[in-house]
Design a protein around this ligand. Structure first.
Ligand code: T5A
Length: 207
């Protein structure tokens, strides 16, 4: 059986990843594709518990390297218990964030050495890399204002300042030079962003 496709969505807060993922998923299912919509950090019961640890604004500080280790611990659970088995069954996986988020947030945002991040990526998911990454790109001010308008509570990352998210976006723009990544202008109306995401997928794998 052919391995399924692994598609990730990336971008800063408020870029529209969850909204686009839901619509892309619906479109793929309507075409008969078996697809799992999932997210990081999280995606399995244990990984969701790590998500709560890393996103909650508790009193205890989390050093950047500890944050990286928590992200990769959650990722290993997610890859082993959901992503790889689904791909091996020939199903598709649509994941809201993956290791590019660690490169952007912990690497560029927090200043963690890329050597550490890349060696953990190799150890944790050498056999599971995205086939396609949709990078939804918005200026920081627009992303943060959309996230602020939507949110009920603020997580640990959303308390960071503008400069942090500028570093994150810059790193995403560098990553977007890789051939597996398609940059989508997410300042466009939602319908246009969803159409661009569908076109990027269907041009690779007509369904
Ligand atoms: N993290 C994660 C790391 O630091 N390292 C890692 O390795 C990983 C995996 C996760 C946090 O964890 C960090 C990054 C994050 O800070 P999260 O809540 O899962 O947090 O992710 P967020 O990006 O914070 O989620 P958001 O919901 O803020 O962003 P989305 O999903 O990009 O945006 P979405 O779809 O919810 O849209 C936000 C609002 O904008 C509107 C939507 O309707 C919604 O109201 N919208 C648009 N409006 C107009 N035009 C458009 N084109 C629109 N697109 C969306």
């Amino acid at each position: 059986m052919a391995r399924g496709r692994f598609i990730t969505l990336e971008g800063i807060e408020g870029a529209g990843k969850s909204t686009v993922a839901a619509q892309l998923c619906e479109r793929l299912r309507s075409r008969g594709v078996a697809v799992h919509a999932t997210r990081e950090p999280g995606g399995t019961p244990l990984a969701e518990r790590i998500r709560a640890l890393v996103l909650d604004r508790g009193d205890e500080s989390i050093a950047p390297e500890a944050e990286v280790l928590l992200m990769f611990a959650a990722r290993r659970l997610h890859v082993d218990n959901l992503i790889r088995p689904a791909l091996e069954r020939g199903e598709w996986v649509l994941c809201d964030r993956f290791t590019d988020a660690t490169r952007a947030y912990q690497g560029a945002g927090r200043g963690v050495a890329s050597g550490l991040i890349e060696s953990l990526a190799q150890a944790v998911h050498a056999d599971v890399e995205p086939d396609l990454t949709l990078f939804l790109d918005v200026p920081v001010a627009l992303g943060l204002s959309r996230a602020a308008a939507r949110r009920g509570t603020t997580d640990r990352f959303e308390t960071e300042g503008h400069a942090f998210f500028e570093r994150v976006r810059s790193r995403y723009l560098e990553i977007a030079r890789e051939t597996r990544v398609v940059r989508i202008d997410a300042t466009e109306p939602l319908a246009a962003v969803v159409s661009a995401a569908i076109a990027a997928v269907e041009s690779r794998w007509p369904t």
